[in-house]
Write a protein that binds this ligand. Structure first.
Ligand SMILES: Cc1cc2nc3c(=O)[nH]c(=O)nc-3n(C[C@H](O)[C@H](O)[C@H](O)COP(=O)(O)OP(=O)(O)OC[C@H]3O[C@@H](n4cnc5c(N)ncnc54)[C@H](O)[C@@H]3O)c2cc1C
Length: 429
């Protein structure tokens, strides 16, 4: 094979969705993956909002074996200090009923399932194939380089994840900056299903997810804890620049998070099954590169499609939707033998009307608002101190809450700054 209709670089969620939607229309598709199997090298927290995958496979949760873990019905947001946790605990039974809001997932199960769908539709997945670069002729991308070999295609869909080496070396993306990169670490801890249900007060397929901030104090970012069927996923994403400035080590920070008295009770007696790390883009819409050009399209994390508002961590639904649209447009371009940027621009147009670019536009200001260090140190501390005063009774003189608030914030933050931060955060979420 020297030439096919569509080549997809990377068999993550974006790549598998692209390969599936292109192959479904009859296009000849090659899906090149550097890992030995799908999902071998992929990392997500992972909480998957169902709507994107539901467009491709309505009622995918009914499939056997199921590609998903638990339907998240309890969502918890927590502010931590070393000995305290202030939480909003939101339970919604409708989230655990079809069509479901989100599922916890494990990439080692979800990715092979989705690639299997692409293969059933006719795509050819080639594992152990690291794409070293893109072949360009007269400025147009016409194929990929795999070591000494070249494979050509009408359109190349680049879906190689955030650290897009092939795309970057071909000049399709800009350079990264430490202040807009997040470093993620994650562990999977095995626990029996009954124990998970007891500890997190869950029934049947219900699941729990927690996002937390405040540890270590002042470092931008936060941690997460998700329940799977028979394991927990726990991890953190912290801003690289902030990690360097505070001179903290990621593995130490994760240990501190796991040993927090509020969280360690959930993990007690669990068995470490996996440990992985990865980087993500945290610059939002402003960092999204040109999503298309002559002969190519960018999808998923390779297109920097990621959003972390503290309440919602999203990258997988963006990857699936952008992959689906990229595969669709690549197949149309190949069929009509017009693979220039003029035709491929319809990918950008479709993304612009999809939830992907709309939601990134809605939360456009999140990188500026969430680079505020008060959110990661001072405010969790103030919240803990305020509630400590409210609940602690020892016979000394009581204070009304407004007086207690004045006392905990005095000399640390003015009312104006506090109000402004609150307003900006609400406006961004
Ligand atoms: C710690 C952490 C937690 C996260 N939690 C969540 C979450 O809870 N919910 C959520 O929605 N998102 C989450 N994300 C984001 C999510 O993981 C990404 O948005 C998603 O993985 C993007 O999918 P993708 O297919 O674009 O890229 P990837 O999943 O990175 O897949 C890229 C694929 O390309 C392959 N590849 C790379 N380079 C090459 C090459 N040169 N040649 C061939 N193959 C190549 C890789 O092996 C991989 O299979 C999290 C990210 C991190 C780091």
């Amino acid at each position: 094979m020297d030439k096919v209709d569509v080549i997809v670089v990377g068999a993550g969620l974006a790549g598998a969705a692209a390969a599936y939607s292109a192959a479904k229309t009859g296009a000849q598709v090659v899906l090149a993956e550097r890992g030995a199997r799908a999902g071998a090298k992929n990392l997500s927290g992972g909480l998957l909002y169902t709507h994107g995958l539901g467009k491709l496979f309505p009622e995918f949760w009914k499939e056997e074996p199921t590609p998903v873990e638990r339907a998240i019905s309890r969502n918890v947001l927590t502010l931590l200090t070393p000995k305290q946790a202030t939480s909003i605990d939101f339970y919604d039974q409708s989230f655990a009923e079809p069509p479901f809001n989100s599922f916890s997932i494990l990439r080692s199960r979800l990715d092979p399932w989705l690639v299997g769908k692409a293969e059933s539709a006719g795509a050819t997945a080639v594992y152990g194939s690291r794409v070293d670069g893109l072949v360009r002729e007269g400025g147009k991308v016409v194929g990929i380089r795999l070591g000494e070999e070249e494979l050509r295609a009408d359109v190349v869909v680049v879906a190689e994840g955030f650290n897009a080496v092939a795309a970057r070396s071909a000049g399709l993306e800009g350079e990264l900056s430490p202040d807009t990169v997040g470093i993620g670490v994650k562990q999977v801890i095995g626990l029996p299903p009954g124990e998970i249900e007891r500890r997190f007060q869950l029934r049947g397929i219900e699941g729990f997810q927690l996002t937390a901030t405040g540890l270590p104090a002042g470092v931008e970012g936060g941690g997460f804890l998700y329940t799977n069927r028979d394991s927990l996923s726990i991890g953190m994403i912290l801003n690289l620049g902030s990690v360097v400035r505070h001179e903290v080590a990621m593995y130490e920070v994760l240990e501190e998070f796991k040993q927090h008295p509020y969280l360690s009770r959930y993990l007690d007696g669990g068995t470490l099954l996996e440990y992985s790390g990865c980087v993500v883009n945290e610059a939002g819409l402003d960092s999204v590169p040109a999503l298309f050009g002559d002969g190519y399209l960018l999808a998923g994390s390779a297109a920097q499609l990621f959003l972390n508002t503290g309440l919602n961590l999203r990258g997988m639904d963006f990857a699936i939707e952008s992959g689906r649209l990229a595969g669709e447009v690549a197949a149309e371009a190949s069929r009509e033998k017009t693979t220039g940027a003029g035709f491929l621009a319809r990918y950008r147009e479709r993304l612009a009307t999809s939830f992907v670019l709309r939601d990134l536009e809605t939360h456009r200001r999140y990188p500026q608002v969430f680079s505020n260090p008060r959110l990661y140190g001072l405010y969790p501390e103030m919240m803990g101190a305020l509630l400590h005063q409210a609940y602690f009774v020892d016979g000394s003189e009581r204070q009304h809450l407004n007086a207690a608030l004045k006392r905990v914030r005095q000399g640390k933050v003015s009312c104006l700054t506090l109000g402004r931060d609150l307003w900006k955060t609400m406006r961004t979420l």
